[in-house]
Design a protein around this ligand. Structure first.
Ligand code: H2U
Length: 349
């Protein structure tokens, strides 16, 4: 496949949107914002942390002396039981508001305050994979839930409120905007081509190779052709599974392994604890089969040039269309050549 050498647009069939790709634009000088360097070494236990074992949380509850993962109801949930207030559905379609209901959970990955997935071994990550699956299954089984969103905000730059390794799980009675677009995109491809969209993309990427980052017998990490964030990646299972609970034991082990490798590569890219937002995308929990849906995870990291210079989603992007300066193929090449031995382990030798 020959790609245009200069500026061009790429189509994202999953979200039915375009991204403007302007390779070479990274040459421009940068005299803009430089972020503070990420915090250095943290203590293994922080008596002031709301998430460490045995500590009191902001809402007053006390964490148990947990030894692996620990999940609890968010003390400051964005959603709760459906409020009584009436919905607003005027006939003219303006000023529409609907009630929402849901459940918000917090999941700690480890009792250790100083770890991240990049610093945990695959054996330590496996309980995290199981906890993602358990939380998803339990919430998806509820009558009042049609969508379960697992996501992790890592790093101050991405708005994480606490460095203790954790993610959140929000389950809702409605299908959120982006999940609905993922559903439409996968369904459209299935109905016109008779196969699942991400399975077809995976086959193309495996034969092309230029956007692959790393893989194992069950998973592939790649930079999507239509990536928006400079070092955005997608994790795809080789078998079409619709959600986390459907993963077999060997697929969960392999997921823990590839998560470890991908996160180490990210940290090694700029020699820092790499910030990102990560989300799992599973089929709607509405009881439907959704044969078009393939489970996938997206990593959206903000860093562009170094540990302290990030990409800003502003200007043209807010006014017109997503845009990137670094070609996805170049980002994949840099992630592919990054070491899988963590720089901190290397420094300790
Ligand atoms: P973030 O770092 O992605 O913000 O996630 C931390 C979540 O933990 C956040 O949603 C919750 C916050 O509401 N939290 C509690 O539920 N209890 C606490 O004592 C502190 C933080």
């Amino acid at each position: 496949m020959t790609l245009p050498a200069g500026a061009h647009r790429r189509y994202n069939p999953l979200l039915d949107e375009w991204v403007l790709c302007s390779p070479g634009r990274l040459q421009r000088p940068w005299q803009g914002q430089v972020e503070a360097a990420p915090p250095g070494q943290l203590p293994a236990y922080d008596p002031g942390c709301y998430l460490c074992p045995g500590n009191a949380r902001a809402g007053g509850a006390r964490n148990p002396p947990y030894t692996a993962t620990f999940a609890f109801d968010n003390d400051f949930p964005a959603l709760g039981p459906a409020p009584e207030a009436a919905t607003s559905e005027p006939a003219d379609g303006l000023l529409v508001a609907r009630r929402v209901s849901g459940v918000c959970r917090v999941l700690c990955f480890s009792p250790r305050h100083d770890l991240t997935l990049a610093l945990m071994s695959p054996a330590e990550i496996r309980p995290v994979v199981d906890a993602w699956a358990e939380e998803s299954a339990r919430l998806a089984a509820r009558e009042d839930v049609v969508h379960v969103q697992v996501f992790e905000n890592k790093g101050e730059m991405m708005g994480a409120s606490n460095p203790h390794p954790h993610c959140q799980v929000w389950a809702t009675a409605h299908l959120p905007t982006l999940a609905a677009r993922r559903l439409a995109g996968q369904r459209r491809h299935f109905e016109t081509r008779g196969a699942d969209l991400l399975g077809d993309c995976l086959a193309r990427e495996l034969s092309d190779g230029t956007r692959l980052v790393c893989d194992n017998p069950h998973w592939v990490a790649l930079v999507p052709f239509w990536a928006v964030w400079p070092f955005e990646t997608m994790l795809l299972p080789r078998r079409r599974v619709p959600d986390l609970p459907s993963l077999a034991s060997e697929e969960r082990d392999a997921l823990a392994e590839i998560l470890s490798r991908l996160n180490v590569r990210y940290d090694n890219l700029f020699g820092c604890s790499f910030p990102y937002s990560m989300g799992w995308h599973a089929r709607p929990a509405d009881g439907g089969e959704h044969p078009w849906w393939r489970l996938h995870a997206s990593y959206s990291p903000p860093l562009l040039r170094s540990a302290t210079v990030r990409k800003f989603v502003v200007g043209y992007e807010l006014a017109a269309e997503a845009q990137r300066d670094l070609a996805p193929e170049e980002a994949a090449d840099r992630l592919r050549t990054a070491s899988e031995r963590h720089y901190r382990a290397e420094a300790a030798r």
